[in-house]
Design a protein around this ligand. Structure first.
Ligand SMILES: Nc1ncnc2c1ncn2[C@@H]1O[C@H](COP(=O)(O)OP(=O)(O)O)[C@@H](O)[C@H]1O
Ligand SMILES: O=C(O)C1=C[C@@H](OP(=O)(O)O)[C@@H](O)[C@H](O)C1
Ligand SMILES: [Mg+2]
Length: 167
């Protein structure tokens, strides 16, 4: 069974996918990294030179390619669950786990990182709140399972995911 981690930027999808793969013997797929590699540039450069719409098409293409995989944990980009087509692909091939965090937690985590074009020019709590509110209904309706991450260690989060996907 595959696991797809969705949620807002900074929720911990990349970190948790990597650790979960290690401790539970799964292959990890980092969508952003795959797309950056196949385009030979960073996510910020893709947004700048090819545009967001192009990036979104790349995400859907990659998800389609991944749908034949078994036993992988996929770290999705934070925008993946906004497209119904993407959610349908994920539902057909695995369980969707939403990682959530409060805006102030997100801000703390992303403050000193620099490859998130949608936050780069406006790393404020207000901007994060606004974008999160707009996205929340999409995240929540896509999710099979929700794990709150505020104040929790990566290993605690991994164990919660493991327990909840058995239920
Ligand atoms: N549970 C956690 N507690 C504290 N810091 C975390 C946690 N999960 C992730 N981080 C940190 O937050 C930042 C963003 O995490 P990342 O995994 O890249 O999130 P995402 O892929 O959802 O955008 C990284 O610096 C990471 O080390
Ligand atoms: O939320 C989004 O629209 C995005 C999230 C990013 O991934 P992370 O959620 O891993 O930061 C990356 O895919 C891109 O910058 C767009
Ligand atoms: Mg990530």
């Amino acid at each position: 069974m595959n696991i797809f981690l969705i949620g807002f930027m900074g929720a911990g999808k990349s970190t948790i996918a990597k650790q979960f793969a290690k401790t539970h013997g799964k292959e990890v797929v980092e969508m952003d990294e795959r797309i950056a590699k196949s385009n030979g540039m960073s996510i910020s450069e893709i947004f700048e030179t090819r545009g967001e719409a192009y990036f979104r098409e790349e995400e859907t293409k990659l998800l389609n390619d991944l749908s034949s995989k078994k036993d992988v944990i996929v770290s999705c980009g934070g925008g993946v669950a906004m497209r119904k087509e993407n959610v349908d692909i994920m539902k057909q091939s695995g369980t969707i786990v939403l990682l959530s965090a409060e805006p102030k937690t997100i801000l703390k985590r992303v403050e000193n990182e620099h490859d998130r074009p949608l936050l780069e020019n406006n790393k404020t709590i207000e901007h994060i709140q606004e974008l999160m509110e707009a996205r929340k209904p999409f995240y929540e309706s896509a999710a099979d399972v929700v794990v709150v991450t505020d104040g929790k260690s990566a290993s605690t989060i991994c164990e919660e995911i493991f327990k909840k996907i058995q239920e």
